[in-house]
Ligand binder design. Sequence first.
Ligand SMILES: Nc1ncnc2c1ncn2[C@@H]1O[C@H](COP(=O)(O)OP(=O)(O)O)[C@@H](O)[C@H]1O
Ligand SMILES: [Mg+2]
Length: 302
Amino acid sequence: MSTTALTRNVLGVWGADGARWLAGLPATRAEVARAWDLRLGDPYPLSYHWVEAVTRADGTPAVLKLGVPGADHLPVEAATLECWAGAGAVRLLAYEPAWGALLLERAEPGTLARTLVPARDTEATAAILAVMRRLHAAPVPDGVLPDLESQGAAFAAHLRAYPGDDPLPRDLVERAGRLFDELCASAPARVVLHGDLHHDNVLRAEREPWLAIDPHGVVGDPGYEAGSLVHNPDPERHDDALLALVPARIEQLADGMGQPVERVLAWAFVKSVLSEVWTAEGDGSEVGGRALDVALALLPRL
Ligand SMILES: Nc1ncnc2c1ncn2[C@@H]1O[C@H](COP(=O)(O)OP(=O)(O)O)[C@@H](O)[C@H]1O
Ligand SMILES: [Mg+2]
């Protein structure tokens, strides 16, 4: 994505606050660079945050991530990375809420796990599983991160907002909402979840073979974590070849996580519907991509 995509997304989600943030971005970058003694570099492909390669005063490579101060994501990202302390994820080097600024360890070479898809899909899933195992081993801190259960409210809100089958089939959302509650109530364990663990958020690194970035930390059933990677990458795009990989991915995930296939399948269904429900909440993108294809394909197997 380009800076145009950043502008469109930020205005779409944060409105006037987003416009103010975008206008102040050059000044914020300069202020943060001065305070943290950073040499600024080149931006990565941007979607909702300003993310750029930087160099610290001692020559260490790092990444500066800037977002709208007061928005939900960055405080949660910072708190989650702190829980992991570098085990399976990039380290948090500094965080200043007032600036909406995170300084992160840079994963190098930083190649995304998506580059293995579709030809080496099994390898991509294995890489994500290895990262997942590291992340889920962290102790759960008291009261720092939201419970997974809190995300269930999105299903009910969707059903209130949309009485019919547009933009999503109502029975699908109802089914996913019920299953979400059942799966949460029967969780075999509670762990610190990445919350959005898929091919664009797992990067090639040196300290460990792969490291996660960009967590949406919540605490709950480890099975939830299997959901995101089943309908990624590019969940908004129809792609029969990627859709065909879904059954094998689910088997591999169940095996790698030591979870029953039925639970992994159910979580994959629930997370695909949830992803579409979040899209319908209005980030400007279109409902009805591959996440919906995956949900419809899994429905007869529930
Ligand atoms: N710590 C990091 N090391 C290397 N590259 C990174 C790092 N953090 C982010 N990136 C790059 O920047 C891109 C956007 O970062 P991300 O945190 O996913 O932003 P957003 O929250 O807007 O999706 C990633 O896809 C990745 O290519
Ligand atoms: Mg991201």
